[in-house]
Design a protein around this ligand. Structure first.
Ligand SMILES: [Zn+2]
Length: 393
């Protein structure tokens, strides 16, 4: 994480002030009062971001969790929006520049690539994003690298730094080149996400997205844009993911695109797991047993889905369904998982009632998955599985 050389240590007083302003905004009852709190909160957060003082922001976000309802969201929204979006002056007048992500859900039998995007593909993607996702007023520039989520900026200041670099790329009408030596290794997992990252620029006050310029109801317009992006953007991405089934989700400003894709990936990984098992073990879905179990830390944290062959006790593969904060324990998540399994062709489904531990392998860190008896086991593909990966133990 880049640190400013003279970064001063921020005190509790500064965090308290951020929380106070966020609470004011969250509890305001009129647009007129909002304006005041928003302006003050924006000033305070901007100062911390510009000082590279991420600790104060993170401390305030921690505190905001214990504050009245919606305080956390008010603060997080402000921090994210000031991180991913900036106003600049240009000869064309005030311009809004925003960082965006175009996520791709993907699975594979071999290691899913992360790589430099060839020049021609950069050009195609930029054209398709301009045509189908962003408004007619938008200029678009992308980063010439297909990222795994672990390779994205890890902090608000790193994200902001990427946006600042893209502002220069937009001005120069070029893509942003990444030095591949600076990119971290991505983990080798069966089902993952890849991201195209970039920035768009619109004159202040103009629409960001193509669906804002349509006259059909908003959700319908958005779905039209997504369908067009999947067709045209998908064709542009295809050459980089040959042999890897994938699905494009809606490109949007950075944080919301990543969050939406995270949520979408949970459902995607269920179908992907079933397809993967079929591809490497030649077992059709109806010969599988899927076991759904809730794993508990302080409360229920995630569901883990173990897959076994027939009525065997070994677990051959598994996938995780992490819960997000607005999903209470009474949300029928297991029902949703069961529906997705059935849609993927799995007919033998067991939902365990017991509270399972959040267990991981001591050797490789892989999560354990429940079998039909409710035991948490390391997933091992059968020895004759047709996989290109290497099983560790
Ligand atoms: Zn292990």
């Amino acid at each position: 994480m880049p640190r400013a050389p003279f970064r001063r240590k921020s005190g509790a007083r500064e965090s308290n002030q951020l929380v106070r302003l966020a609470e004011g905004l969250a509890s305001s009852k009129s647009r007129a009062e909002d304006v005041y709190w928003e302006r003050e909160l924006e000033k305070a957060v901007t100062a911390h971001l510009e000082n590279n003082d991420e600790e104060a922001i993170n401390r305030a976000l921690d505190k905001a969790h214990d504050s009245p309802e919606n305080t956390f969201d008010a603060l997080a929204d402000m921090v994210e929006s000031l991180t991913e979006s900036v106003l600049i002056d240009s000869e064309l007048g005030r311009q809004r520049v925003c960082l965006f992500a175009a996520p791709i859900l993907v699975w594979g039998r071999a290691k899913i690539p992360t790589k430099t995007i060839p020049k021609q593909v950069v050009q195609n993607l930029t054209v398709q994003l301009s045509a189908h996702v962003f408004s007619s007023k938008a200029k678009v520039s992308i980063v010439d690298y297909l990222f795994a989520p672990d390779q994205l900026p890890h902090s608000y200041s790193e994200s902001r730094a990427m946006l600042d670099t893209l502002v220069s790329s937009l001005r120069a009408k070029t893509a942003l080149s990444v030095d591949t030596k600076t990119v971290e290794d991505a983990p080798d997992v069966v089902c993952d996400m890849r991201m195209v990252i970039g920035a768009f620029q619109v004159p202040e006050g103009e629409p960001f997205y193509a669906w804002q310029e349509m006259t059909t109801p908003v959700e319908e317009a958005r779905q039209t844009c997504l369908a067009n992006w999947r067709a045209q953007g998908g064709a542009a991405i295809q050459p980089m993911l040959v042999g890897f089934p994938h699905e494009l989700t809606l490109p949007r400003t950075f944080f919301s695109a990543c969050r939406d894709a995270d949520l979408a990936s949970r459902a995607y990984s269920i179908g992907a797991s079933v397809s993967y098992i079929e591809a490497v073990t030649h077992t059709p879905p109806e010969k599988l047993t899927a076991i759904i179990g809730g794993c508990w830390g302080n409360g229920i944290e995630e569901y883990r889905i173990g897959f076994s062959l027939g009525d065997e006790e070994d677990v051959i593969h598994g996938t995780i369904w992490p819960l997000v904060s607005d999903e209470a324990e009474d949300t029928p998540v297991p029902d949703e998982i069961e529906q997705l399994l059935r849609a993927a062709g799995v007919t033998h489904i067991i939902t365990l009632d017991e509270q399972l531990p959040l267990e991981f392998c001591d050797d490789c860190g892989a999560p354990h998955f429940p079998n039909r008896e409710g035991e948490m086991l390391h997933a091992h593909l059968p020895e004759d599985a047709d996989t290109e990966g290497v099983q560790l133990h």
